[in-house]
Design a protein around this ligand. Structure first.
Ligand SMILES: [Zn+2]
Length: 294
């Protein structure tokens, strides 16, 4: 796959330098592999998973993941990073990139949050008014793309997930009680609330893995290099404040991505969220459509 064709701002040189690997076994609905790359400091004290392109029409998010991969490669900063820059290849690698996967599922509504069957239905029918771009799928983890990411969370055991999106121009945080980042580059913390099936709700609220969600201001224009670098520096500053390298034990080695991820099997232990109906500013009709830069 020629990522340069699809990711704005990416050069062939960047792409070669990234040394992405394609998964051996895990595949999208249409049989495409997922790309990944690990960058680990020899003294890594923290595992961070960086995910981009869960929504196929948010190319800027994948471009930023690639820029950050290059920065991590140059200076991993005591972290074991795993980058998954293009999680919805079927949605992105097409003449008109689309948010959903090839089966029309919004992968960021397909994670197994508590009471998913009931709540995702209510959410989609009542809050999203059956917007096809937000269809949560027939069952949690019904899609190979969400299953792959779910399996990666189990294999890699990230202590932090950074999820890259666009185009709302803000910063969100889900997770255990800790001070979220207030600002990353020009983006300021503006909590979106939680909704059924999202990665932030599943990872951050249900599993207790902190999830930083970055919503870039444009889906098609990635941040300029200087801004991307400032964002990276701000992220590292926040990471260091919360995970002082000397205070944490060395993490155990983790396996590379392996074929055939399994569906969720872990029991649901967290109580269901109490703040129904969900607040979701993404559904505010005063906001621009998702692939329109603000
Ligand atoms: Zn998105």
């Amino acid at each position: 796959m020629d990522l340069v064709r699809w990711l704005p701002g990416l050069t062939h040189r960047d792409c070669a330098a990234a040394r992405l690997q394609a998964t051996d076994g895990a595949r999208s609905v249409q049989g495409q592999p997922f790309y990944w790359r690990d960058v680990a400091a020899p003294d890594a004290r923290l595992r961070v998973l960086v995910v981009g392109g869960l929504h196929g029409d948010e190319m800027s998010a994948s471009s930023l993941a690639m820029r950050w991969l290059a920065l991590a490669d140059a200076h991993p900063a005591g972290v074991h990073w795993r980058f998954l820059p293009v999680l919805n290849p079927d949605g992105m690698f097409r003449p008109a990139p689309q948010r959903t996967n090839a089966r029309g599922v919004d992968l960021n509504r397909n994670f197994p949050t508590p009471n998913w069957t009931r709540e995702s239905r209510i959410y989609w029918e009542q809050r999203a008014r059956k917007d096809p771009r937000r269809y949560p799928g027939p069952t949690p983890l019904s899609e190979p793309e969400s299953r792959f990411l779910h399996a990666e969370m189990a294999r890699f055991q990230p202590q932090l997930i950074v999820s890259l999106h666009a185009p709302y121009g803000l910063l969100d945080f889900d997770g255990p009680a800790m001070a979220p980042p207030r600002r990353i580059g020009r983006l300021h913390l503006d909590p979106l609330g939680i909704y059924p099936g999202s990665l932030g709700h599943y990872g951050g609220v249900h599993r207790g893995m902190p999830v930083v969600t970055i919503e870039l201001p444009s889906a098609t224009q990635p941040p300029a290099k200087a801004e991307a670098d400032t964002m990276w520096a701000d992220l590292l500053t926040w990471v260091r404040a919360h995970w002082p390298a000397t205070a944490a034990p060395s993490p155990a080695p983790v396996p590379d991505p392996v074929p055939s991820p399994d569906p969720a099997t872990e029991p649901s232990t967290a109580p269901p969220p109490e703040d129904l109906p969900w607040t979701d500013p993404m559904l505010d009709t005063s906001l621009p459509p998702e692939n329109t830069p603000r």
